[in-house]
Design a protein around this ligand. Structure first.
Ligand SMILES: Nc1ncnc2c1ncn2[C@@H]1O[C@H](COP(=O)(O)OP(=O)(O)O)[C@@H](O)[C@H]1O
Ligand SMILES: [Mg+2]
Length: 307
């Protein structure tokens, strides 16, 4: 009698389950690698702090890059609070088209952005996602494995606040992640938390493309500027970590209104200071990542697995 035959039946079947599961995970990881090869630059938007405008920055930077002629996709990896789809005018529960070969098609919205969000797969806005880490990891891995983005110049990945499961999953799964963009508001509280995100990226050997300051100031109709949340956080982070300072976005009530109404602020108000700031930020980002060929930098996965 072989060793396998001597084992109790229940244990044999659980070994087989684990082996089968491992095989599926390996296949998905291979698919992720193949999919990501078709995308030149993969950038995650990171902050550690909620409510600083990460999702707004993700969709607006994506729109600015698309207007500059780049092929852009947006992946919302905020499992618990997906909002990218809503900011782009797509209702929760819309679903994602599945093809006969098992791949998933992103939804395309103006100005030519391909969008995938977990929010599109939830039945309603009120549906909470009550998942522990492993479930979140497998949802993100499955989407990255089966979504067919096609050939893209940029994939921007919106992340939830923090440096936990979702951030680690993205950093580990995506080979040659081009880098992260940090978003902060000017307050000390935000800065202190965003510094953690910078340290997280450094620890995992993921390049930091730069830092954006959102809600930098409010400008009155008479032209006077009011620094509601304080001043200088992003510049201080840039100096501390020796990373590029990408620019500042003012507070503009039309941003909140447009986001709530599912309209792309950047397209609705192209002459606003905020929209112009995004064009400059997009210019800097393209110079930084395309200029130095960041996509061909060494893989970060080795260091991460040791981290
Ligand atoms: N510069 C800004 N001016 C006005 N409202 C803003 C600005 N940036 C973001 N908002 C609004 O602030 C809220 C939080 O932004 P969001 O992008 O959802 O943050 P996060 O993804 O970091 O949690 C949203 O209602 C958004 O419309
Ligand atoms: Mg968000």
């Amino acid at each position: 009698m072989s060793a396998e035959e001597k084992r109790p039946a229940a244990r044999q079947s659980s070994y087989r389950d684990v082996a089968r599961r491992m095989k599926i995970i390996q296949e998905q990881q291979k698919r992720v690698v193949e999919n990501m090869k078709k995308i030149k630059y993969k950038i995650a938007i990171l902050s550690s702090k909620g409510g600083v405008g990460k999702s707004f920055v993700t969709v607006t930077l994506a729109a600015a890059l698309a207007v500059k002629g780049r092929k852009v996709g947006v992946f919302d990896a905020d499992v618990h609070g997906p909002s990218v789809h809503k900011m782009l005018g797509l209702p929760t529960g819309l679903g994602l088209p599945a093809r006969a070969d098992g791949t998933i098609e992103p939804i395309e919205v103006p100005p030519g952005l391909k969008v995938v969000s977990i929010g599109l797969l939830l039945p309603t806005d009120e549906t909470p996602v009550i998942w522990r880490g492993p479930l979140k990891t497998s949802a993100i891995r499955e989407l990255l494995a089966y979504v067919d983005w096609g050939d893209l110049d940029y994939l921007l990945i919106d992340l939830p606040p923090g440096t936990g499961d979702e951030q680690l999953t993205i950093a580990q799964l995506i080979p040659q992640l081009t880098g992260v963009i940090l978003v902060t508001i000017p307050s000390e509280v935000s800065k202190a938390v965003v510094v953690k995100a910078a340290a997280f990226a450094k620890r995992l050997n993921v390049p930091i493309i730069g830092v954006i300051e959102n809600m930098s100031y409010f400008e009155c109709p008479d032209g006077s500027k009011h620094y509601i949340f304080g001043r200088g956080a992003a510049k201080e982070i840039a100096e501390q970590f020796n990373i590029p300072y990408l620019g500042e976005i003012p507070i503009d009530p039309r941003i909140r209104e447009a986001n709530d109404a599912g309209k792309v602020f950047f397209l609705e108000y192209p002459d606003s200071k905020a929209a112009k700031a995004f064009l400059e930020i997009a210019e800097k980002v393209t110079k930084i990542v395309e200029g130095k060929g960041a996509s061909s930098s060494e893989s970060n996965t080795q260091e991460i697995s040791e981290a």
